[in-house]
Design a protein around this ligand. Structure first.
Ligand SMILES: Cc1cc2nc3c(=O)[nH]c(=O)nc-3n(C[C@H](O)[C@H](O)[C@H](O)COP(=O)(O)OP(=O)(O)OC[C@H]3O[C@@H](n4cnc5c(N)ncnc54)[C@H](O)[C@@H]3O)c2cc1C
Length: 519
């Protein structure tokens, strides 16, 4: 068993610390910010509590497995509420008729009915699509996501080899094309394509294997942790502390200390040295590699990032609103007619903020009365923008950079018009914006991206940066820029992948769960 320093107290850092401590290591976490949680942030003002990051709880079995690894369960740690509808969709309006959103309810019968209603005869096709999505998802969880790729053992498995021709097709094809070949209705196509954004990429770039994402929202369903996503952090942080993990906040790591090719600890901005045999960095890989290590020790030097693709940036607008907003579900998506143009604007060579944008709106006060004062609503608007800090940093009450505040004003006007809430702007009582400039400054996010490295084919599975340095012994990585990828469940898996490395475990699937404790 070793001494271990974890850099960063986001979900990946806390989860890694908890798993390693439970396995007998002596672990401390060093976080630069005053608060833990990283991108899973919260902000309170005038009786509103906003989640500033995640709002979709997907892949529940990954959370279940993580908690089981610590002898407990998601059910015991969190109060999870299933959302019905899973989300509402508003297409771009073309006239002055009443705005009516389309509710998407998870479950085969409901999804089939929705597809048949909008595109007669497509109910049968969506059943086959979702069967395939489920199969691909189960394969991913069983064989790919929990593989460190320290060996090719998992890839040489007989079952994988048998499925190789079909997998090759799904990996080389593009998601949007895969969808467009099967469905004609523009709204249905977008319902199947938008989850590419969860993967930090465009459906025109994502491999068609990622049609597996539709298994999550359409088949499994969408959950909400009552109290907000900080509850997920609270639960994991408590489990880590209960296992002896020390957490130091407000002192950023400025250097990973080396002796020859071996890591011996970290030095912080205040000059404190934390000695350890193992260092796990969960900060953005670009920052860890290019800012915390000398050039000679970098496995991913600055020039290698020219070939990499960041996830989009995000312009976030947090709004406290007077009165009720029944026009919006807990999750609402606004799909712009210029679907491809939106993705081209974000990822293309002439990158700029799309207008009108396809916008995501979260209204957690639809489910959780504690996130807004009585007779008020809590809104979170996410406008995907290019990963570019020059788009700006945010502020309170319109005090952010002009470029970002303009995006926010447009987004508010768009939600107002598309969802038919004529007086939305007049009812705003709290407003805060957050932009790519904030992500770069607060999290050292490469180019101010919001999510990590995009899941293009070249940055997925075996092609994604591994969780171990190829030049420094004892240095490991976890988090959204390395294996297996973006999002809370993937970050929990990345924590387990560090444990597998330390144990020398070469298996491709999840580790066996220990027997449950009573806590
Ligand atoms: C707006 C938004 C919406 C999202 N929506 C969803 C969603 O709905 N569902 C979902 O599953 N996922 C979602 N995600 C993704 C998810 O939030 C992230 O994948 C996840 O939180 C990343 O966790 P992490 O621990 O890897 O990184 P971070 O949360 O970035 O944590 C890294 C930590 O390292 C710290 N750090 C950095 N450098 C140093 C240093 N030198 N020294 C010390 N500390 C350092 C940072 O301060 C930070 O606390 C969303 C993300 C965003 C931003």
């Amino acid at each position: 068993m070793s001494t271990c320093v974890v850099i960063g107290a986001g979900i990946s850092g806390l989860a890694t610390a908890a798993l390693l401590a439970a396995d007998g290591h002596e672990v401390c976490v060093v976080e630069g910010r005053e608060e833990t949680g990283g991108r899973v942030g919260a902000w309170s003002r005038d009786g509103f509590t906003f989640d500033t990051g995640p709002s979709w709880y997907l892949m529940p079995e990954v959370f279940d497995h993580f908690f089981a690894m610590l002898g407990t369960s998601a059910e015991r740690e969190l109060d999870l509420v299933p959302l019905t509808p899973a989300y509402r969709v508003y297409p771009e309006p073309h006239d002055d008729t009443t705005r009516e959103g389309v509710d998407v309810v998870s479950g085969r019968a409901e999804v089939r009915a929705l597809f048949d209603e909008r595109e007669p005869g497509s109910g049968e096709r969506i059943e086959r699509y979702l069967d395939s999505a489920r199969e691909a998802y189960e394969l991913a969880v069983d064989r790919f996501l929990y593989d460190t790729y320290a060996s090719t053992q998992g890839l040489r498995d007989r079952d994988i080899l048998r499925r190789l021709p079909r997998l090759a097709g799904l990996l080389t094809g593009r998601l949007q094309k895969h969808i467009d070949r099967r469905f004609k209705d523009p709204l249905l196509r977008r319902i199947l394509a938008y989850p590419a954004v969860f993967l930090g990429t465009s459906p025109y770039e994502a491999p068609s294997l990622y049609h597996l994402m539709s298994h999550l929202d359409l088949d499994e369903g969408v959950l909400y942790p009552r109290g907000g996503f900080r509850e997920v952090i609270r639960a994991i942080e408590t489990l880590a502390r209960d296992r002896g993990v020390q957490i130091h906040t407000g002192d950023e790591v400025s250097e990973i200390i080396l002796e020859g090719r071996r890591v011996t600890g970290v030095r912080t901005a205040s000059g404190t040295v934390h000695r350890a045999e193992t260092v796990v960095s969960t900060a953005d890989l670009h920052h860890t590699e290019t800012a915390l290590l000398p050039r000679s020790a970098q496995s991913h030097p600055a020039r290698s990032w020219r070939r990499r693709t960041p996830s989009p940036g995000a312009a976030l607008v947090l709004l406290g609103v007077r009165g009720e907003l029944p026009q919006l579900a807990h999750h609402t998506l606004l799909f712009a007619d210029g679907w491809k143009e939106n993705f081209d604007a974000i990822f293309g060579p002439d990158a700029h903020a799309p207008d009108p944008a396809s916008i995501y709106v979260c209204r957690p006060s639809a489910t959780d009365p504690n996130v807004a004062p009585p007779e008020h609503e809590n809104l979170f608007l996410l406008v995907p923008v290019p990963a570019d800090p020059s788009i700006g940093s945010g502020g309170i009450d319109g005090g952010g950079d002009t470029s970002l505040e303009e995006i926010a004003d447009r987004a508010i006007a768009q939600v107002s018009e598309w969802a038919g809430i004529a007086d939305l702007a007049d009812r705003i009582v709290v407003r805060r914006t957050i932009g790519p400039g904030d992500f770069e400054r607060d999290f050292h996010a490469w180019r101010g991206n919001a999510l990590g490295l995009a899941h293009t084919l070249r940055q997925s599975a075996v092609f994604r940066p591994r969780n171990v340095s190829s030049t420094v012994d004892g240095l490991f990585y976890a988090g959204a820029s390395v294996l297996p990828g973006i999002g809370l469940p993937m970050c929990l898996i990345s924590a387990e992948l560090v444990l597998k490395r330390l144990r020398g475990d070469l298996t491709a699937g999840p580790l066996a769960e220990p027997a449950r404790e009573t806590r």
